[in-house]
Every structure is written in structure tokens, then in C-alpha cells.
Design a binder for this molecule. Structure first.
Ligand code: ZN
Ligand code: ZN
Length: 364
């Protein structure tokens, strides 16, 4: 559940010791595909339900890369960055003062109640704020993100971090929530056979989530380093896709096809492979957002009565709990760290396996 706003006495100005707040902050805005511009922006006055967060560190995600390259189109300029750890630096009039100084992560979908849209939104009415038609998405749609020294968000999106989760591990809360959402939409039964296509950053977290649910997990990826990571994250077997991937899969699953195939390749071709590996009446969970259409055999989907299950953003509270409990070696998965001014280099480095972090300092 998102925290509720407390009823507090009305005040006329933002509360925070303004002497501690700078007037402006540095941000790296994407002004055109593959072009960042370092900008100095004002810390503008907050709405009553908003906070300014001082960014501690930000992770580079596949969505950032797709927007950077111009494949995933959003109106520019935009400050990207939606996987971040920050501390509450400045609060609006109605925000409980106990938030000040807290180390937090923030959900990225800002729905009607948070952006004060005056609408009878069906999604918010159904308590599905992540599907709000009016929503802004921090770091993606109509709201600037955390490749900056400061980021402004509604307080209702915040989740305080326990001490057990470091700043760098906190980067994984947002993608871990997205991984868990796969199995919120299609719950797993203990002992089910799951094949994960693609062992990139999200695929690995999905492997960990499936394994923790008691599934038997196979990862399919070409990359040797990703195979090793997949084993570290809980896959029982790993192999490359090839002409006869189905045979390899059956040999691990004692002659069976997969009950669930998670398509997380990030490519339009992954879905066709998924239809070959799933059993009749099984489920294909879709996680790829390549922005490019996929070609698949719809007849096989109909004849084999295969379910397709899309999923996107997930439950932050569950993700924080999962990361607190988990033994997956996330710290070793953090491969490179860049200062904010070298964001373009961070984008290039993030094409490799591993997680790239950006720190809100301008130079090394
Ligand atoms: Zn992301
Ligand atoms: Zn709404």
C-alpha cells in the first residue's frame, strides 16, 4: 500500500531549512536521441504533496538505453533515470516532516491522485494506478528522472529503505518489482517448470523470483557470462538457443515442455522461440518492450490454448522485502560506476552484462 498523507495544519510555504538547499542543481537532459546536455535547473517550489529528493545513485536500465537510442520514443528533452536511491531533502506543505532525511526509493508511476488530475479515471477507480490514463512516469513520460542531483516526485510514491539495503542494492528495487510482477500476473505453483529466455538484467531477477517461488528454472541465452550469472541467480540449467533448443529443454525437464516461458530477450524474435518451448495450456509471460513488432504463429497459440501474460511495474514493498531476504550476489553484478557528466559513456557500458551505476557528481 502507498503511504497516506496525514492531515497537517495548512502552511503557506514549503518546509525545509532553505539555507541548506541550493537554488539550482545539475541534470543531464536527453535533448535528442544519443545527445545529452548538462543543464543547471532551478529547484522550483513544490506542490503540497511533493518532495525534492537528493539523488544518491541511479542505475541504467534497458528502457533508458532504448529511449537514448531513439527506439522507444518519448517527448524530449527529458531527464531519464528511474531506478534510483535518494534521500528526502525538501517537503511540500502536506508531507509529514518524518520523511525529511529518509533514504528512499520511489515508484515511477504518478497517477491521478498524485498529480491532482481532476478526472474519473477508470484505472484509478479500479485501484490500478500503474494504468492511470493521466499518469506521468518519472524519468520516462512527462516527469524528469534521476540522472540529476535532485528529482521531484509525489510523496505517495516513496518507500523508505531499511538499513540492510545499501544505496547500490536499492537500485534493484524497481527492476525487482517488475520481475516479481511477472508472477503476480501468472502465479507459480511449487515445482512448475519455467524457462527464461534472455538472461539480461531483468531476466536474471526473474530467474531469482521464479526460483524463490519453488519453480525449476532454465535460462536460455547466448552469452557465456550471462549463463554464469543465470546459474548464480538460481537457474538449474543454462544453454544457448539453437535449432533444437526444444530438445535441450526437454532433456532437463524430463521430457516435458515448460509450463511457463518468460520472454525477456529484449528482441522481437524471442516470442516466436517462446511459442516453441511452452506446453499446451502453458503460459508465455511477456517482458520485452523493444518497441518493435513481433512475428508469431498465432495458430499455435489458438490450437495449443496458450495464455499470453503481459506485465510491467510491480510491488515495491515486496521487492524491498525480497532484496532484504535474498542471497543472490547482486553486489558482484554491479560492474561500472560513472559520474553524471559521463552519462553517455554509462549508456554505452550498460550494453554489457552487469549493472551500471551513475553517481550525481559531475566528474570522477
Ligand atoms: Zn527500468
Ligand atoms: Zn488515474
Amino acid at each position: 500500500m502507498r503511504p497516506m498523507l496525514c492531515a497537517l495544519p495548512m502552511q503557506t510555504t514549503d518546509r525545509t531549512d532553505k539555507t541548506k538547499m541550493p537554488e539550482s542543481y545539475a541534470a543531464m537532459a536527453l535533448v535528442a536521441p544519443r545527445t545529452f546536455e548538462q543543464q543547471q535547473r532551478l529547484l522550483t517550489p513544490l506542490a503540497a504533496n511533493e518532495v525534492w529528493l537528493r539523488v544518491r545513485t541511479t542505475g541504467v536500465c534497458g528502457t533508458d538505453i532504448a529511449i537514448y537510442k531513439g527506439q522507444y520514443k518519448v517527448p524530449l528533452p527529458r531527464v531519464l533515470g528511474h531506478e534510483f536511491c535518494a534521500e528526502v531533502a525538501h517537503i511540500g506543505d502536506q508531507v509529514p516532516p518524518s520523511w525529511l532525511g529518509r533514504r528512499v526509493v520511489a515508484e515511477i508511476n504518478n497517477a491521478c491522485p498524485e498529480i491532482k488530475a481532476n478526472t474519473n479515471c477508470p484505472s484509478c477507480g479500479r485501484l490500478h494506478p500503474n494504468h492511470c490514463a493521466k499518469r506521468t512516469v518519472t524519468g520516462i513520460i512527462q516527469a524528469d528522472g534521476a540522472f540529476a542531483e535532485y528529482v521531484r516526485v509525489p510523496v505517495a510514491t516513496l518507500h523508505a529503505l531499511p538499513d540492510e539495503i545499501s544505496d547500490e542494492i536499492a537500485i534493484f528495487v524497481e527492476p525487482m518489482a517488475a520481475a516479481l510482477q511477472t508472477f503476480v500476473m501468472r502465479p507459480l505453483v511449487n515445482g512448475e517448470r519455467v524457462a527464461v529466455l534472455g538472461a539480461g538484467r531483468l531476466g536474471l531477477l526473474i530467474i531469482a523470483a521464479a526460483q524463490a517461488s519453488g519453480a525449476q528454472v532454465i535460462a536460455i541465452t547466448r552469452s557465456e557470462i550471462r549463463k554464469q550469472w543465470a546459474l548464480n541467480f538460481g537457474a538449474e540449467a543454462v544453454f544457448s538457443p539453437h535449432q533444437d533448443t526444444e530438445q535441450d529443454l526437454r532433456s532437463v525437464f524430463h521430457g516435458h515442455l515448460a509450463d511457463v516461458v518468460v520472454e525477456a530477450t529484449g528482441t522481437p524474435e524471442g516470442l516466436a522461440e517462446a511459442t516453441r518451448l511452452v506446453r499446451p495450456r502453458g503460459t508465455i509471460c511477456l517482458k520485452t518492450t523493444s518497441g518493435v513488432p513481433s512475428e508469431i504463429d498465432l495458430t499455435k497459440i489458438v490450437v495449443d490454448e496458450i495464455q499470453l501474460s503481459g506485465s510491467r511495474c510491480g510491488p515495491f514493498a515486496s521487492a524491498i522485502h525480497f532484496l532484504e531476504q535474498t542471497r543472490i550476489p547482486l553486489q558482484r553484478f554491479l560492474t561500472e560506476r560513472f559520474p553524471l557528466a559521463q552519462l553517455a559513456s554509462a549508456m554505452k557500458a550498460a550494453k554489457q552484462p552487469g549493472k551500471v551505476l551513475v553517481y550525481p557528481i559531475l566528474e570522477k
